[in-house]
Design a protein around this ligand. Structure first.
Ligand SMILES: Cc1ncc(COP(=O)(O)O)c(C=O)c1O
Length: 439
């Protein structure tokens, strides 16, 4: 038999899962691909955490710290410590009690550790929740726009259409949310939940004020609507004293499913995240379980369990800092705050006149700033920026429905030096001025 006879006739994209043909699933790849072609460009695009605190020796130290916790705090004999690290493990995870203690300490969230599912990054948590909520074709998800692309992609994977809700100035426009709900229900659709990021949203940078948080919870409760609260950046305010309680900390009616990530607070290489799903689920026989246990069934068929070695490293980092991620992230927080100040001052110096039509927001923390310009910002402009000016950023249209014409771009200051911020902003200003002159 020749090689040719062994080959398939070829696979057609239009015969594979329809989402594979959807631009939403390709947007991260596309942006990475442009970045990879211009390795010398200054990247104000990457939302990765700062690498100053990456220390190889710490990985072993964290692992050993978690083993000590298993021995001394949980009373495990040596054989069980070894088995916990080496074997397949509990589907919902092995660091749930460390997470519950951390949430009580850092966030004022009281949660039964059994309501926590440790996941392979927050990305798996989003997928599990959306998969469970999506029952039939009438189901839809509401999401504050602009929306994190990972959420839009996960919704595509489970065939769940996403209806955008305006962010407004408060992080979510409650009138628009109520209107979307009413219109969707009148059209026979079943809104299953609303996804949002109350703290330093990616990409908008907006943080909801306390009053809006309370009003949103009241609206969600009266409308019987679940809220999906995603909070990867909440520990990175410029001023710690300005932190606000999460929706989950204010939730006394199981309205909020909380999505957590350790990518920015511990290390993304571990790929560990989690969710809190303390909602009771009725079954037809009259019994009841936690939503977390239903999600655990899905996880058992997707990733089986989150790597115990990764969990041990992340939990060990927390334990090394007395269980506090606020303490564990002090050095990173200082870098992000200094970089954000530099970026905002740098933008103010380069674009001093708002009448010129160029504006930018001023988030109170985290990684992202949105710059608005008087022309459409598309991927062709990014390509021109990378090739001709040596600077990368993220076109905001990637965070809206496909085909939207959007006049803004996202800058990130998390994984660049002060000199790179200055150089990147010089290059961006040159691009914008040339584009305005029609050059
Ligand atoms: C808003 C938001 N949610 C979730 C994630 C994904 O987190 P993880 O790396 O834990 O999957 C990110 C990562 O950038 C994010 O920005």
């Amino acid at each position: 038999m020749t090689g040719t006879e062994l080959e398939l006739s070829g696979l057609a994209l239009d015969e594979l899962f329809a989402a594979l043909d959807d631009p939403a699933l390709n947007s991260m790849n596309l942006l990475n691909e442009i970045a990879n072609r211009y390795p010398d460009a200054v990247s104000l695009a990457a939302g990765r955490p700062c690498e100053d605190t990456f220390e190889l020796a710490a990985l072993d130290r964290y692992l050993q710290r978690f083993c000590r916790y298993l021995r001394e705090e949980l009373g495990y004999p040596e054989e069980q410590v070894r088995r916990t690290l080496f074997q397949y493990g509990r589907t919902k995870g092995i660091m749930h009690e460390v997470i519950a203690a951390n949430l009580a300490q850092d966030e004022g969230i009281t949660v039964d550790p059994d309501a926590i599912v440790v996941t392979v990054g927050c990305q798996e948590a989003m997928y599990l929740v959306l998969r469970a909520l999506r029952r039939d074709p009438a189901d839809v998800l509401l999401a504050v726009a602009p929306t994190y692309v990972g959420l839009t992609g996960a919704a595509k994977l489970v065939d769940l259409p996403v209806l955008p809700v305006r962010a407004g100035t408060a992080g979510v426009d409650l009138d628009d949310l109520a209107g979307q709900l009413r219109r969707a229900r009148a059209a026979g659709l079943r809104p299953r939940a609303c996804y949002l990021m109350p703290d330093f949203a990616n990409p908008s940078g907006i943080t909801m004020d306390l009053d809006s948080r309370r009003q949103l919870l009241a609206l969600a409760r009266s409308e019987n609507l679940l809220l999906l609260e995603d909070n990867p950046y909440g520990l990175f305010p410029v001023e710690l004293a300005h932190r606000l309680p999460t929706l989950k900390a204010l939730d006394d009616a199981h309205t909020v499913i909380y999505l957590g990530s350790f990518a920015k607070t511990a290390l993304p290489g571990a790929r560990v995240g989690y969710l809190i799903a303390d909602q009771p689920v009725r079954d037809p026989a009259g019994g009841s379980s936690l939503l977390a246990d239903q999600l655990s069934k899905l996880k058992s068929m997707l990733t089986v369990n989150t790597s115990p070695i990764s969990q041990a490293i992340v939990a060990g980092k927390m334990l090394e800092h007395g269980g506090s991620l606020i303490a564990a992230t002090a050095a990173d927080r200082a870098v992000y705050a200094a970089n954000l100040r530099l970026m905002l001052d740098g933008l103010a110096a380069r674009f001093p006149d708002p009448a010129a039509g160029i504006s930018f927001n001023a988030p109170g923390g985290s990684f992202f700033v949105v710059v608005t310009v008087p022309f459409v910002v598309d991927d062709a402009l990014l390509e021109r920026s990378a090739a001709g000016y040596g600077v990368l950023w993220t076109p905001m249209h990637h965070f809206y429905a496909a085909g939207s014409a959007v006049n803004s771009l996202r800058l990130s200051c998390s994984v660049v030096t002060p000199a790179q911020i200055e150089l990147g902003l010089d290059r961006l200003a040159e691009l914008i001025h040339d584009r305005l002159k029609g050059a």
